[in-house]
Ligand binder design. Structure first.
Ligand code: MRU
Length: 355
């Protein structure tokens, strides 16, 4: 996958260069394509909290790279001392955002590898090298997985389809290529003519700012609508399929994704439009029965991107960042291991080989 060109995977939001992490500050898009380079895991944690790095797979990859930074920078004189620094970074990074399970999945994978290595590697430089290697592996695997999600999902897309997507589940939300937008990219690569409708995704406008920008870079036709236009355009027969990403999927088939996804799924059901969720299996949480929903700063709702006040400054606000779509509204879940159809409580564990 290291040989996949940037052109093929869309933009690359995260990179490891000379023991530093370089990331696109997605909060500045589309006004400015600005990059941050850091050797500090604390800066990575802040970037995740501020949504400079966002999207479930991207925050998982960023956390893995953050732990690698802590290990590289550690001045401890023993492997066990470095492990303590890595654990400190892991505890900080896991506090950044609660909903996307990829964050915890990646931190857990890094900690397991660090623990394993600490038992067999005595040389500090070799230990550091192998930890960095694991983080980079997580990053490249994410791109590979997204390409496979794309190939599996493209089978469900027909030539001439108009696909509605919500939020941004593209290259900018992953290490590259994207999940929902990966399906669209793969269909286009197969020669299918598809059009995309992107919802703006209030309050932080990931659809308006990121999805449209990303698709326009790739010259994939996209039309922007406000979130409250979905019912109208579905009623007019303008949407053939919905494809969205996910932040956490339970074995029951409940899907947490950006706030507004549930409303779109209800509307899709009403209008008999297939509603697909595209996500890596690392987004499936085999342990939890419930999903913690992040609540964010009320000023995100009272303002437009903290620039223009659009409500009384002290109006009470409720600002959940995600919602949960129940399994009966989800037509299928597209993963790198194949397309999972209902009944989910039976077919998700089969795909994960838990049964
Ligand atoms: O708050 P965000 O921007 O991190 O929310 C992102 C989403 O909800 C995406 O749809 C989800 O993470 C899937 S990204 C491939």
């Amino acid at each position: 996958m290291k040989h996949q060109s940037i052109k093929e995977i869309g933009v690359k939001p995260l990179e490891w260069i000379d023991n530093k992490v370089r990331f696109i500050e997605v909060s500045m898009l589309p006004e400015k394509v600005s990059y941050v380079e850091t050797d500090s895991y604390e800066r990575i944690a802040e970037a995740i909290e501020r949504l400079e790095i966002r999207g479930a797979p991207a925050i998982g990859v960023a956390a893995a790279l953050g732990i690698a930074l802590a290990v590289v920078k550690s001045s401890a004189k023993t492997v066990n001392g470095i492990v303590l620094d890595a654990v400190k970074a892991a505890r900080r990074l896991e506090k950044t955002r609660p909903t996307a399970v990829n964050l915890f999945w990646a931190i857990d994978r890094m900690e397991r590898r660090i623990n394993e290595l600490s038992k067999i590697v005595a040389s500090i430089s070799e230990f550091k090298r192998l930890v960095v290697e694991e983080a980079i592996k997580i990053m490249f695997e994410d791109i590979e997985v997204n390409v496979r999600i794309g190939v599996n999902g493209a089978e469900l897309i027909e030539d001439g389809d108009t696909i509605l997507t919500h939020c941004n589940a593209g290259s900018l939300a992953t290490a590259g290529f994207g999940t929902a937008l990966g399906v669209i990219r793969a269909a286009v690569k197969q020669g299918k003519k598809v059009r995309v409708i992107a919802t703006e995704t209030r309050p932080l406008l990931q659809g308006a700012r990121l999805t449209t920008w990303e698709l326009m870079q790739d010259k994939i036709p996209v039309t922007l609508i406000t979130d409250n236009m979905v019912g109208y355009i579905m009623g007019k027969g303008l949407v053939d399929k919905v494809v969205v990403g996910a932040d956490r999927i339970l074995l029951s088939g409940h899907v947490a994704n950006k706030i507004g996804t549930y409303s779109i799924a209800v509307l899709a059901k009403h209008h008999n439009i297939p509603f697909y969720v595209a996500a890596p299996t690392s987004t499936i949480d085999p342990k939890s029965k419930q999903i913690p929903i992040e609540e964010r700063d009320p000023n995100e709702v009272r303002t437009v991107l903290n620039k223009v006040w659009i409500a009384p400054r002290d109006v009470p606000v409720y600002n959940p960042a995600f919602d949960i779509t129940p399994p009966e509204l989800v037509t299928a879940i597209i993963t790198e291991k194949g397309v999972i159809w209902p009944p989910y409580p039976e077919n998700i564990p089969k795909t994960l080989q838990l049964k």
